[in-house]
Design a protein around this ligand. Structure first.
Ligand SMILES: [Zn+2]
Ligand SMILES: [Zn+2]
Length: 267
């Protein structure tokens, strides 16, 4: 131990993993000293190696892994459409209508490939209705052409759907992943409280429940936690709306209750 250690510990601090290196900072989670070689940055905060690998610290990566290759709602929808097309194809072929039957068989193949998350299936889901739309237009079937063109456009929008990108194992930017995480994982209780509060406008029994859920969701809010817990606005909205509908229902129901009781006790 040198004299300098006692005088100025911060200047002589060493990395916990590589004692030969001077420390450049401390881990945001455990406070351990790290050096420039082993510091890791996760979502704008610096951590030591072991902390950076923890699931709650790297929650976005854990979220990505959870959805990576997992079928989304569109995948299931494509599976159902594929089954429908298959039944239709068999029916049409048995009825002696080879052209529409073959088209349905193509639909089965495209939807099936999408359901399975195969490479190129998303492109096929865009291209197939587009080709059919052109074919219909050439044959003068304008309505079918417009419908198919819209279907192709809808399929094109899937390219901007983060959840669908993850199902097809396509890379997704941290920003888009974070947005999806906020929608799906960040304090869902607040959103549920708000929908219950909206329901409370129609059903008086839901209003106190909305107040309870809103208060609970608000209590959980902690933007500095890892992962952060947000949606303060939605929790507050649930409380305000729940309170307002409770007052409203009280104003509506109270006189009626009085009348009812008066009749009950009087007669
Ligand atoms: Zn640490
Ligand atoms: Zn180090």
């Amino acid at each position: 131990m040198s004299a300098a250690d006692g005088l100025s510990p911060s200047l002589s601090a060493r990395c916990a993993t590589n004692p030969e290196e001077p420390a450049t900072g401390t881990c945001s989670r455990c406070g351990t000293f790290f050096c420039g070689r082993c510091v890791q940055t996760v979502l704008g905060r610096t951590y030591c190696g072991p902390c950076a690998g923890r699931p709650e610290v790297n929650y976005l990566e854990r979220f990505r892994q959870k959805l990576w290759g997992r079928r989304d709602g569109w995948g299931w929808l494509a599976g159902m459409a594929g089954a429908l097309f298959a039944a239709l194809a068999v029916f049409l072929l048995l009825e002696g209508q080879p052209v529409p039957g073959a088209l349905c068989a193509v639909g089965t193949a495209v939807c099936g490939a999408f359901f399975l998350g195969l490479r190129g299936a998303r492109e096929a889901v865009i291209a197939t209705p587009l080709v059919l739309a052109l074919g219909s237009a050439v044959q003068g079937q304008t309505e079918a052409a417009v419908g198919l063109a819209f279907l192709s456009l809808a399929a094109l929008s899937l390219r901007f759907d983060t959840r669908n990108q993850l199902f097809f194992r396509r890379p997704v930017s941290e920003e888009r992943l974070l947005r999806l995480w906020h929608v799906r994982e960040n304090n869902p209780l607040a959103r549920q409280a708000l929908s219950v509060a909206l329901g409370g406008l129609l059903l008086p029994l839901l209003a106190p429940l909305a107040l309870l859920l809103g208060a609970w969701a608000l209590k959980r809010v902690d933007p500095t936690a890892v992962p952060p817990i947000g949606r303060r606005g939605q929790a507050l909205a649930a409380l305000v709306l729940g309170g307002a509908s409770l007052v409203l229902w009280a104003l509506v129901l109270w006189p009626r209750l009085g009348l009812f009781l008066a009749r009950f006790t009087g007669g």
